[in-house]
Design a protein. Structure first.
Length: 369
């Protein structure tokens, strides 16, 4: 630090010292905002002025700022900087790890719908259920712990986060099958849509029925969108019940009371200081028009289904057969949609799995985590 003026006067001295503080913080592994650096610098100036004003005769110890004292003072500042950074860190802004391979996509314009299908693939002739379970378990903290908790937990304690996440499920109504389906949708939205979760809730309630909902902000070239979705998994090859359940749940997106309840839950659980600013922040105002929410609403639906192609085992051309299977599955599901759903932007994600084996492995690894 400099205490004598340099070329440019007092302001140049101030700027030079502020840069020194920024470099010191960086050396301690912290990012120091300019406003915080200015406050620390002002405090430091007060320390220097107080020492300068002290009487060398009456209070000689106050006249000296020792190296030990200033080092201890700086360490305390680093603690405060770290706490300040944690209070508004954007916990979802990081490069996500991919796992799936996209094998098929359909885009429709009238009505506005899309389908994307993802394959976990084979490795050494075996379908990668073990690797898929481990990948999904790594996402547990994001769907169960608040952004504030995620911000305050060091990355080295990620495994502890997973333990805390699993403990939270023991006190909730969600079952392992529903959890697996939720994790699949969450992971796909986060990685392929660069989304940010709005809440860590696993359930929302409409009337007397509980649905597992995923609420995300998804960026798009025309502005941010609200993706309010659901997920289903079936261990059988009979999709009739799942298709009916999807159609029934989608009908709730047309219910304004349902959307009001969803917005209210988001308002209660959302922590805007830990997510990036969005072009649609205004829709989360309790007094905003529901029509504004509907304008940016998209509904992702994930269906993980027991695949006959995967059950047959690996073959060089299995992807070709899988593509045909997911297209048939998509048509079967969407044929159950009512005409009223044509006004809803629906995005179907299909994940073919080896159903019973995946569920069993997931339950086992969840208990071991």
């Amino acid at each position: 630090m400099l205490w004598e003026t340099v070329g440019g006067g007092i302001e140049a001295l101030r700027l030079e010292n502020l840069n020194s503080l920024l470099r010191l913080a960086e050396a301690d592994g912290e990012c120091l905002l300019v406003s915080a650096a200015e406050q620390i610098y002002d405090d430091l100036v007060v320390l220097a002025v107080t020492a300068g004003d002290a009487s060398r005769v009456q209070n000689p110890s106050a006249k000296v700022i020792t190296k030990g004292a200033i080092t201890a003072w700086w360490k305390q500042q680093v603690v405060l900087i770290r706490q300040r950074n944690q209070s508004f860190v954007k916990v979802y802004q990081f490069a996500t790890l991919g796992f799936f391979t996209e094998i098929h996509r359909i885009e429709e314009t009238d009505p506005i719908r899309s389908m994307a299908s993802y394959d976990a693939e084979f490795d050494g002739g075996a379908w990668r259920k073990d690797d898929l379970c481990e990948y999904l378990i790594d996402w547990l903290p994001e769907i169960s712990l608040s952004a504030r908790v995620l911000a305050q937990t060091p990355k080295l304690e990620a495994r502890r986060q997973i333990h805390r996440a699993i403990e939270s499920f023991d006190r909730s109504r969600i079952d392992e099958e529903a959890l697996l389906a939720q994790l699949l949708l969450h992971a796909i939205l986060r990685h392929y849509k660069s989304s940010e979760p709005l809440t860590c809730k696993l359930f929302s309630v409409a009337g007397t029925t509980a649905y597992e909902m995923n609420a995300h902000i998804v960026p798009s070239p025309t502005g941010d969108e609200l993706w309010l979705g659901q997920s289903h998994i079936t261990a059988t090859r009979d999709l009739a019940d799942v298709a009916s359940a999807v159609a029934a749940a989608l009908a709730d997106t047309l219910d304004r009371d349902f959307l009001k309840k969803e917005r209210e839950i988001i308002l209660q659980l959302r922590e805007p200081q830990h997510v990036r600013s969005s072009t649609i922040d205004g829709i989360f105002d309790r007094h905003s028009k529901l029509d504004d929410l509907v304008k940016v609403l998209n509904v992702p639906v994930l269906v993980a289904y027991d695949s006959a192609v995967l059950a047959a085992g690996f073959a060089d051309d299995y992807v070709t057969h899988l593509q045909a299977e997911v297209e048939t599955t998509y048509q079967f599901i969407t044929n159950q949609f009512s005409d009223a759903l044509k006004k809803v932007r629906i995005h179907v994600f299909l994940v073919p799995v080896q159903g019973p084996e995946l569920l069993d492995e997931f339950k086992l690894r969840l208990r071991r985590a």
